[in-house]
Design a binder for this molecule. Structure first.
Ligand SMILES: Nc1ncnc2c1ncn2[C@@H]1O[C@H](COP(=O)(O)OP(=O)(O)OP(=O)(O)O)[C@@H](O)[C@H]1O
Ligand SMILES: [Mg+2]
Length: 150
C-alpha cells in the first residue's frame, strides 16, 4: 500500500519529517529519491532535528556518509557519486549498527540495499509544493506508515 501526502512549504516538509522521526527505531532504513532540489536533504534535516541532533546537517554529497548523534544515531548518506560504481562502503554494517539510516539517491546503490525499508519519493509540484510518496517494504515499515497515519 502506498501512502501519499502533499506539502506546501519547507516548514510543512520539516513537520512531516519530525513526525516520522518520533516513530523511528534502531536500524530503520529510509531511502529518498527525487530530482535535484526536490528536498531530500531538507527532509533529512527535519528528521535530524526530530531525533535531537544538535549539529548542522548538510548535504553529504562530497563525503557520501555523515554520522550524527541524537536520540538515535543518524547515518546520512548521499550516494549520488556512486552512480555506476560497484563500491561497497560497508553498507551492511552501517544498516545494522543500531542507527537510523537515510540514503539520498538510493536508486544508485539498489544492489546493496536491504529489501526491507521505507522508500520515500519526493516530487516537486511548484516552487514550494512537494508530494511525498511513501512505499513501505516489510512488516516493520508497514507498521511505521500506519503509525504515521498519512
Ligand atoms: N516544500 C518544500 N520541501 C522541501 N524543500 C523545499 C520546499 N519548498 C522549497 N524547498 C527548497 O527546495 C530546496 C531543496 O533542496 P535540497 O538540498 O533539500 O534538495 P535535494 O533533494 O537534497 O537535492 P540534491 O539532489 O542536490 O541533494 C531547498 O532550497 C528548499 O528550501
Ligand atoms: Mg541533497
Amino acid at each position: 500500500m502506498k501512502h501519499q501526502i502533499e506539502v506546501a512549504s519547507p516548514e510543512e516538509t520539516e513537520r512531516l519529517a519530525m513526525r516520522l522521526s518520533s516513530l523511528l527505531q534502531p536500524d530503520d532504513l529510509l531511502t529518498l529519491e527525487g530530482d535535484l532540489g526536490a528536498g531530500k536533504t531538507a527532509f533529512t534535516k527535519g528528521l535530524a532535528k526530530g531525533l535531537g541532533v544538535k549539529r548542522t546537517v548538510n548535504s553529504p554529497t562530497f563525503t557520501i556518509l555523515k554520522q550524527y548523534e541524537g536520540r538515535l544515531p543518524l547515518n546520512h548518506l548521499d550516494v549520488y557519486r556512486l552512480e555506476g560504481s560497484e563500491e561497497d562502503i560497508g553498507f551492511d554494517e552501517l544498516f545494522s549498527s543500531g542507527a537510523v539510516s537515510v540514503v539520498e539517491w538510493a536508486q544508485f546503490i539498489e544492489d546493496y540495499l536491504p529489501k526491507e525499508r521505507l522508500a520515500i519519493t519526493i516530487r516537486k509540484t511548484s516552487d514550494t509544493g512537494r508530494i511525498f510518496k511513501l512505499t513501505p517494504s516489510g512488516e516493520r515499515y508497514e507498521t511505521l506508515c500506519k503509525e504515521l497515519a498519512l
